[in-house]
Structures are given as structure tokens and as C-alpha cells.
Design a protein around this ligand. Structure first.
Ligand code: KG4
Ligand code: ZN
Length: 354
């Protein structure tokens, strides 16, 4: 069964065709980054307008690349939440109109659940990257735009949040530090690249001392503030480096910041492993592309760590089509009256089943 997926929750205008929830026949992503870069962040009004301009062409491209023609599509899935309302509405309404015009089943998808599903995707153009599909239950490390949490996943749509950020999301810390130092936008990939040639021990940014009830919670605002405003204070061997005419290095700052951000994530995650006994970990979202996070998790030979291929970490429509197929297998579809929601109640702190 071939499902057309549409994803416009933020600044990527994406459409994809996926067969049987796994084989990606096409995965088209038109990024709006150049339109938002000047503002160092996504401007919702620009995002919505660009989606309106692009959506038809992006879907056309996805169907053509899949080679199945419009009549080869069996169902349509689209992100309906969470995200920027104006952006979500464009993709969602396009998908509903498409499904109605072609009399196809329609499925509205939570795009955060779709990020966790992305590890199941297999790009037909690159078979070597396919990994075995993780078995439930597993621990999900969700680090996408604006969301950072650890959950227990018992099914593709059944997650229990075990811990979450109490302030900034991880990707926000990456983006804001990058913005402050003028590294570029979005910050995650740029910091990751700079960090490759930096010294992660140049700055000793402290780990947050959390007093929350959830032992798996994390916090990124302290690290962000330290990295932005107080880096002098956290420089190791300050006296020595002053004498040696210390020169500020973007690479060292990036490496030290990234190491601490990954330490914060892993501290919460490993507590979740200890408290649940679950040894399979699935990462999802843009920050799951981070090279240090991947290396550090893969070093834990006692855990099974599954990452989506890089192209399916950030926002994409293949994950939406993939999870949409799983609802269809169960015989579940959505009414065309469904609308978009910017937020999902309880997603950040508690049970997400709704
Ligand atoms: O999941 P995603 O595409 O966003 C939404 O769901 O909206 O994640 C985007 C975020 C950006 O903030 C970007 O800086 C971050 O993912 N990101 C990374 C890396 N690549 C992208 N963060 C850390 N390391 C990376 N390699
Ligand atoms: Zn996303």
C-alpha cells in the first residue's frame, strides 16, 4: 500500500510516498531556511506563505519521483499537530482536499510520534542503512524542534513521557548559542561541525542540579546562558590561559557546549534505562542527527540504540506516511473535519495518549 505523506509543521515543505510503512519511494523536502536565516529563527507568517506557494509543486514532485502516478496512491496522511498553526493548516488542508478529490482514506498524524517512527524507514536508494525495526517497549529520546523528552513507547501511538526539559528544548539551546556567536542558522548542524575540530574540555560548563520529582528531567537554559554570557567564568585554567594570551575559539566553545548538552541528555536517558530496565533506545528529531550523541550512545554496548538515517531526523514527510500506514493497518482513519493544533496537551510532561 502506498501512502502519500505531507509535512508542513514548521519550515520544511515536505511530501513523500512510502510503501507499506517502510520503503521510501520518494522523500521531497524543500527547506525555507534561506528565508528565515536573516531572522535567526522561523518567522511563522513567512513559513505559512511559503508553504502555500510550494505545497502543490512539492506533492507533484513526490508523486512523480515515486513513479506510481496519482492513481497509484492508496491513502493520504498529513501532520496535524504540534507545530506552527498557519504552517500545519496548509499541509493538512491540502491533504484533506487531495483525499476528498480522489476518494482516498485520510489520516491526521501527530508529527512528534512520527519522529519516533522514523527509525523504521528504509530508503530504497540506500539499502545498506536499513537496521532491524526496534521492538516495543523501547525508550524514546525525542529531541526535535521545541520538544525534548524521554518516553517509554509501547506502540507507535502509545507513549508515556518519563522526563522532559523543564525549560528550553535542546535544539533551542543549540540555535540560541549559535545565534549569539554568529555561527549561523539553524545552529545544531553548524555547532556539530565546528565541534569536530574543537576541544570539548576547553570550558567546564556545569551540569544542571535539578530538584524535580522526575529523575529523568533535564534543563538546558543554564547551559545556554553560561555558554552565551559567562564563558569566561567557565574557562578551564583561566589564569594559565590568560598568561598564554588565550584566544577565543569558536571550535572550542562549540565542542564544550555540545559535550555538555549531550551529557545532559544522556544523564536523563541513562536514569530512564536504570529505572525501567528497558535497554532499547530509539532517537528521533533534528538533534538525533548530532554526531556526538550518536557516538556516545553507540559506545554503550549493553544497549540497543536505533537512530533514523540522517535524512529522516529532521522534519520530513516519509515519517508521516510511514506512521499513517500503521493506522490504516488497524483500520483507523481521520474525519475530514479534523483541524490542526499548535500544541499537544500533556506531551511535554505526562501521558500522550489522546
Ligand atoms: O525535528 P526538527 O527538524 O524540527 C522540528 O520538529 O521543527 O529539528 C530541528 C532542530 C534545529 O533546531 C537544528 O538546530 C537541530 O534540529 N539539529 C541539530 C543537528 N542537526 C539539526 N542539533 C544538533 N546537532 C545536529 N547535527
Ligand atoms: Zn519535527
Amino acid at each position: 500500500m502506498k501512502v502519500l505523506g505531507i509535512e508542513t509543521s514548521c519550515d520544511e515543505c515536505a511530501a513523500a510516498v512510502v510503501e507499506d510503512g517502510q520503503r521510501v519511494l520518494s522523500n521531497i523536502i524543500h527547506t525555507q531556511i534561506p528565508f528565515h536565516a536573516a531572522y535567526n529563527g522561523v518567522v511563522p507568517e513567512i513559513a505559512g506563505r511559503k508553504h502555500i506557494e510550494w505545497i502543490q509543486l512539492v506533492v507533484k514532485e513526490a508523486v512523480e519521483k515515486a513513479g506510481c502516478g496519482l492513481d497509484g496512491i492508496d491513502a493520504v496522511a498529513a501532520s496535524s499537530r504540534p507545530g506552527l498553526l498557519g504552517s500545519l493548516l496548509v499541509g493538512l488542508n491540502f491533504a484533506k482536499a487531495f483525499a476528498w478529490a480522489k476518494s482516498l482514506p485520510f489520516i491526521a498524524v501527530d508529527h512528534i510520534l512520527a519522529h519516533l517512527y522514523a527509525c523504521n524507514l528504509e530508503n530504497t536508494g540506500n539499502k545498506s542503512i536499513h537496521k532491524p525495526v526496534p521492538k516495543y517497549p523501547f525508550l524514546g529520546l525525542m529531541v526535535s524542534g521545541g520538544h525534548s523528552f524521554i518516553c517509554r513507547s509501547d506502540d507507535f501511538d502509545d507513549i508515556t513521557v518519563l522526563g522532559a526539559t523543564i525549560d528550553d528544548a535542546c535544539d533551542e539551546a543549540f540555535d540560541k548559542v549559535s545565534k549569539h556567536y554568529g555561527f549561523g542558522y539553524p545552529g545544531g548542524a553548524v555547532i556539530d561541525k565546528l565541534a569536530q575540530s574543537g576541544n570539548p574540555k576547553a570550558y567546564n560548563f556545569p551540569l544542571p542540579n535539578l530538584k524535580t520529582k522526575n529523575i529523568c528531567d533535564f534543563s538546558f537554559s543554564g547551559l545556554k546562558t553560561a555558554a552565551i554570557h559567562q564563558f569566561e567564568q567557565f574557562r578551564i585554567n583561566e589564569e594559565t590561559s590568560k598568561e598564554a594570551n588565550f584566544v577565543f575559539s569558536n571550535e572550542d566553545l562549540a565542542a564544550s557546549f555540545q559535550k555538555t548538552a549531550v551529557d545532559i541528555l544522556l544523564r536523563g536517558l541513562f536514569k530512564a534505562v536504570e529505572s525501567t530496565g528497558i535497554k532499547t533506545i530509539v532517537a528521533g528529531g533534528g538533534v538525533a542527527a548530532n554526531s556526538l550523541l550518536r557516538t556516545r550512545l553507540q559506545e554503550r554496548s549493553d544497549l540497543v540504540c536505533v537512530f533514523p538515517p540522517l535524512e529522516f531526523c529532521g522534519d520530513n514527510a516519509a515519517m508521516v506516511a510511514g506512521i499513517g500506514y500503521q493506522y490504516l493497518v488497524r483500520g483507523e482513519t481521520s474525519p475530514l473535519s479534523i483541524t490542526a493544533s499548535a500544541r499537544v496537551k500533556g506531551l511535554k510532561r505526562m501521558l500522550s495518549r489522546s
